[in-house]
Design a protein around this ligand. Sequence first.
Ligand code: MRU
Length: 340
Amino acid sequence: MRTIKWRNGIVLTIDQTVLPIKEKWIELKSCGEVASAIKEMKMRGAPLIGVAAAYGIALTAYHSKAKTKEELMQELERCAETLRRTRPTAVNLFWAIDRIMNKARENRESLEDMKKTIISEALTMADEDVKVNRRIGKHGAKLLSDGETVLTHCNAGSLATVGYGTALAVIRAAWEEGKHINVIADETRPKLQGARLTAYELMRDGIPVTLITDNMVGYVMSKGLVGKVIVGADRIVRDGVINKIGTYTVAVLSKEHGVPFYVAAPTSTFDLSETSKDVVIEERSPKEVTHIGSVRIAPEGVKVMNPAFDITPLKYVDAIICEKGVLTREDFSELVKKNL
Ligand code: MRU
C-alpha cells in the first residue's frame, strides 16, 4: 500500500480520519491544503508527514508563477513556514523541510530546472522512505522467532509512512520470511490509531491481529501473552524516545514483565542534538478526549489534558532498529557520545 502519490501537480493520499469505515482518496493541490491535511491528521505518522511536507513544497514549485528564482525561493520559504507550524513533535517533518529547502537553495540552474529539482527531490524522498523501511524490516526480523506474539502501540505501519511501515515493517518482514507472527494491537486512545489503522492494515495483509484496549496491556503481559514489543518513534533524542502517548506506559510494563521493548525508526527520526526536555510535546484539542468520534462521553466543561506524545527514557529501550541495523541501548549511547 502506497499512502501518498504525486500525479502531475496533484498529491493523492488516503484520508486516515475516516479509515477503516471508508478508504477515501483525497486530492491536495496546494501547500496550504497539504498543511491542513497534516494538521487534521488526514495524513499522520512521522515519516509520512515528512514526505507530505516535501510534496507540499513540490506543489508550490509546480504551480508557481514566479518570474525569478528569488521570487520562487520566497514562495517556497512561505510554504515551508506554514508546514513547520502544523505539528511540533515529529522531527521527520523538520528534517524533510530542511532537506528539500537546502536542495532548492543550492540550485544554480534556471528557474524551470530549479522547479524540476525540487519536485524530483520530493519524489526521491518518497521512494527512499519505502527502501529504508524495507531495510528496517530486514534487520528487525532477525529479532523475531516463529510463533512470536508482538504487541504494538499506535500505528507505525504503511499508513504512517509512504509504504511498508517501521514497527510493522519488522512484523511484515518476519512474516514474509515465513515466520508465523501474532500481533496484539492496543487501541491507542484518544485517536485510536491502533484500533482503526493497525488492525485495518494487518487484516488487509492477512497477518493475525488481536485488538485490546490500552488498559489491558498490563493484564496480557502478566499472563505471559506478549513475547516482544515493537513501536515506532516520532523523535529519538539523546536520552529517550518520543512516541505516541501511552508508549511510556507500555515500556514500563515491558520492563516489569521482562518483555523486550524495541523501537523501529529510520535515522531521519534521530535528533541527537536535543534531549527530551527540548522537545515540544503537541497538545491537541480537548474534544479528542471528551468525545469518541462525534459522541460526547464526558461532562460538558470538564478540564482536560491531551498531550499527543510521551517520552520513554532510554533505560526502557532494549534496542533501536533502524535502516543501518539493530542498535542496542549501549550502541545508541555510544552514538550519542560521538555526537557530543
Ligand atoms: O499522532 P500520530 O498518529 O501522527 O502519531 C504517530 C506515532 O506516534 C507513530 O507511532 C510514529 O509516528 C511512528 S510512525 C512510523
